[in-house]
Structure formats: structure tokens, C-alpha cells
Design a protein around this ligand. Structure first.
Ligand code: DGL
Length: 266
């Protein structure tokens, strides 16, 4: 089936999932929605996030997508059951696949998750990791400055390093050997995060396992694009489309030919 896969986030974070999507499923078309007008989601209430997510998903479903990938941990934590109830197409969340990958990767049994305030406070990662590794000790740390840095295109420099140093300093007192980037914006800051934590801790980007899950579902349901399909990608943003294109292309490392602004409720 040559219909696109819908992937969405509160902003530029989901592009880290899109990168993985292009690598794993090069013949699939994409409809991406970045809700840049309402980012960040991570400091909002569940009610508000759920309303935003249902609105964005309804738009993508209206574009004829065959499946939805919630490329936002906060949206997954706040609204995955609501999405599955509202729409009858396959909906892939990002927390379960990432938690499983982390639970299986640790040797020390200590895992740290960095994410938005909402995701950390929801306990979703903690619960999902324990499902796969009941004895794991899970540390959660919110990093509220990271999303605004990425949305401004500020991916390195003294300010970003100082914030990362502060957020990640707790690791020194633990036996953590596995760090989950539990917000899709954070892989954009990977070089800084790696520099701050040193070479020994394994970093899990849930994007890889999430796109793997998507591929399995498309295969199982007979929804894969036909062999040789020439994909078409569309990017939608609720904010300024030219700004989205400029920074989006830089973050994605690929041109975005089709970018359209879609107004959302405030
Ligand atoms: N990228 C999102 C996530 O994965 C959330 C960022 C935000 O809007 O706070 O959690």
C-alpha cells in the first residue's frame, strides 16, 4: 500500500525518528507533522497534551495515512490509549520499544531515562522497563532546557554543555550503564550528551526500536509499500513553514521539498 505513514511530534524532535524511518523503510512515504506553534508539550497537563495530539492525529488521518507513529515520548505517555481508541489504524508509540531495548541492554541493572517533565512524572518509562527487567533500577531526570535549545537550533556551545552537565551529574553516584534518550528532541544533542557522560555508558535512542516495530506491523498487516515504490514526503508544521524548512533541513540532513503550514487551535 503506497499511502504514507504519519509521524508526528510537538516540533523538530520527531525528525530524529524520521531519520531512522528513511534508513529502515526507504520505499515508504511520509506525512510529518511538527506542532511547532505549541511546543513544548512536556510542561503541559495531560488534558491539554491529549487534546493537541488528537487534533494533530486527526489531521494526518485526514491526509490518508496508513499508520501513525507517535514520535514524541510526551504524547505517547499522555495520549497513546486515547489515540488507539479514537482511530482504527495502527498506532505505534515510542516508549514501549525504547524501554524494552534499554531493559535488555543493561548489565549493571541500572538505567537512567532523561525526558520531559511530563514523561518523567508519568512513570511510563519506569513501568515499561520493569515489565521487561523487573529488577532494574530506573533513574528519571527531566531536562526542561533541552527542547527549547533544539527548537532554536542551538545544538552545542557552553550554555548547552553547562545544562547537560547539570542534568547528568547524578550519574556519577550511580552504576548506570544505559541512558535512554526519552525525548525525541534529545538525539539532536547527542554530541554534547556523549561528551558530558563520557564513552562508557550505552545510549539508547528509542527511534531505532520504534521504527523496527512499525516495520513489523506494516509487514504483518500487509501494509508495506509495493517494491520499487518511489516515496513522496510531506512535512506539515503549525508554525512558520519557511522557518520549519530552514532548521528542519539542517536537523534532518536532507532537503524538504514539500512544507505546508496547518493552523491549529491555540
Ligand atoms: N519531543 C517530545 C518528546 O519526545 C516532547 C518535547 C516537548 O514538546 O516537550 O517527549
Amino acid at each position: 500500500m503506497s499511502a504514507p505513514v504519519g509521524i508526528f511530534d510537538s516540533g523538530f524532535g520527531g525528525l530524529t525518528v524520521v531519520r531512522q524511518f528513511f534508513e529502515t523503510l526507504p520505499e515508504e512515504s511520509l506525512a510529518y507533522f511538527g506542532d511547532n506553534a505549541r511546543v513544548p508539550y512536556g510542561s503541559r497537563s495531560q488534558e491539554e497534551i491529549q487534546a493537541f495530539v488528537l487534533e494533530v492525529a486527526a489531521f494526518l488521518v485526514g491526509q490518508g495515512v496508513k499508520a501513525l507513529v507517535v514520535a514524541c515520548n510526551t504524547a505517547t505517555a499522555a495520549a497513546l490509549p486515547a489515540l488507539r481508541e479514537a482511530f482504527s489504524l495502527p498506532v505505534v508509540g515510542i516508549i514501549e520499544p525504547g524501554a524494552k531495548a534499554a531493559a535488555l541492554a543493561t548489565h549493571s541493572g541500572e538505567i537512567a531515562v532523561i525526558a520531559t517533565e511530563f514523561t518523567i512524572n508519568s512513570g511510563s518509562y519506569q513501568a515499561a522497563i520493569k515489565k521487561y527487567n523487573p529488577r532494574a533500577k530506573v533513574y528519571g531526570q527531566a531536562c526542561p532546557l533541552f527542547v527549547p535549545f533544539v527548537e532554536k537550533g542551538k545544538l552545542s556551545g557552553a550554555e548547552v554543555e553547562a545544562a547537560a552537565g547539570e542534568y547528568l551529574s547524578f550519574l556519577a553516584a550511580t552504576a548506570v550503564d544505559t541512558l535512554v534518550l526519552g525525548c525525541t528532541h534529545y538525539p539532536h544533542l547527542l554530541p554534547v550528551i556523549r561528551k558530558v557522560i563520557g564513552p562508557d555508558i550505552k545510549i539508547i535512542d528509542p527511534a531505532e526500536a520504534t521504527v523496527g516495530t512499525l516495520k513489523e506491523i506494516l509487514q504483518e498487516k500487509g501494509l508495506l509499500a509495493p517494491a520499487g515504490n518511489v516515496p513522496q514526503h510531506r512535512f506539515y508544521t503549525s508554525a512558520d513553514p519557511e522557518q520549519f524548512r530552514r532548521l528542519g533541513q539542517q536537523l534532518l540532513g536532507q532537503p524538504m521539498d514539500y512544507v505546508e503550514q496547518v493552523p491549529v487551535k491555540k
